[in-house]
Design a protein around this ligand. Structure first.
Ligand code: PMP
Length: 351
């Protein structure tokens, strides 16, 4: 079946007349703005922020477009990629009817957002090498399957998903394929943005929360066809990204060089930490990572997790997650934080 965006767009969303904000109805230069019920006197802050932000994020999207080499019309910006995930369900799934396919172990919000939107979840667990189980995915797809979620590099396993496999899914599925590239800047393979021209059913998610170091700003990006971006824009809350977040992101995006340096440093430290973990007698596996974290399998992972907590060190316990049994997911920290962690782990061993 051919991809048909109308077929998968939720009926009420197709009919939706979007909210028209004051800034939509007039956005040019004027002397006096009395159209948006803002406080014209100012605010308690030195820089006022008494005006609503640009609902279309024009400057920020232009800046991202230049960096990513893609037209701004192909970029949707959300309040974190978590908002993009929720919006994709809201736009392209019928609550109580549609289903979605996720490939666990993977990022937890696909499931939570599906639950919130009353979309049934079908699971095609990754294979033991953490690659897609294509046969299982094929078996699960039915007329009501709207979105397949692929996370690459995958959280929490850290590996990239095979490009051939992703293209197989794109070629054989007539719904949306969302490739979540939150950790792409730490990976060897480049973003799949270049595939957007070939596949109208591809949506790519990225975020400023990871390599860009701006998790506190809440800015997520979806790259997709103009038609998909248009629908998402229709549904998003008008002012979903605050003025300070837009301003600060625009400023930060000038510093590509600094961010590239941080990425190189984190990747180097990732290699160093992987080597450290491999030396530890209680570690059973260190999974190859293309992200800024490492999945480590060890005996007594839960006990190690609790021991580290007592020392004030928090890692992510994934030991109860299928295919991640006895695993901790450990983010690469600063040089000093990494040393504190490694030292603490040896203290546990020696006790
Ligand atoms: N996708 C993946 C794979 C993630 O790991 C995360 C954050 N943990 C997100 C998306 C959400 O990122 P954001 O901060 O942009 O909402």
């Amino acid at each position: 079946m051919q991809f048909d965006l109308n077929r998968i767009t939720r009926k009420n969303i197709q009919l939706l007349k979007p909210y028209s904000s004051a800034r939509d109805e007039f956005s040019g230069e004027a002397k006096v703005f009395l159209d948006a019920n803002e406080n014209s006197l100012g605010s308690p802050l030195t820089k006022w922020y008494n005006r609503y932000p640009d609902p279309h994020h024009v400057q920020l999207r232009n800046k991202i477009a230049a960096i990513k080499g893609i037209a701004p019309e192909h970029i949707f910006l959300g309040n974190g990629s978590d908002e993009c995930i929720d919006l994709l369900f809201r736009c392209f799934s019928e609550p109580g009817k549609s289903n979605t396919i996720i490939c666990p172990p993977t990022y937890g919000m696909y499931q939570v957002s599906a639950n919130i939107n009353d979309v049934a979840i079908q699971e095609a667990p990754l294979l033991p090498d953490y690659q897609l189980n294509l046969a299982h995915i094929e078996q699960l797809v039915n007329a009501d399957t709207r979105i397949i979620w692929i996370c690459s590099p995958n959280n929490p396993t850290g590996n990239q998903i095979s490009l051939d496999d992703i293209e197989t899914v794109l070629n054989n599925f007539s719904g949306l394929v969302v490739v979540d590239e939150a950790y792409i800047n730490f990976a060897r393979r480049r973003s799949l943005i270049f595939l957007l021209t070939d596949y109208p059913n591809l949506v790519i998610l990225q975020t400023l929360s990871k390599a860009w170091g701006l998790a506190g700003l809440r800015i997520g990006m979806a790259f997709a066809s103009m038609a998909i971006v248009e629908i998402m824009n229709k549904v998003k809350p008008p002012y979903n990204i605050s003025e300070p977040a837009q301003e600060l992101a625009i400023k930060a995006l000038d510093e590509v060089g600094q961010v590239n340096d941080m990425i190189s440093e984190l990747v180097e430290m990732r290699k160093g930490m992987a080597a450290e973990f491999r030396l530890m007698p209680w570690v059973e596996a260190v999974y190859p990572s293309e992200a800024n974290f490492i999945l480590v399998k060890m005996n007594q992972a839960r006990q190690m997790y609790e021991f580290l907590l007592e020392k004030g060190i928090v890692v992510r316990d994934r030991s109860q997650v299928a295919l991640c049994e006895n695993c901790l997911r450990i983010t690469i920290g600063t040089e000093q934080e990494n040393t504190i962690l490694v030292d603490a782990m040896y203290t546990w061993f020696e006790q």
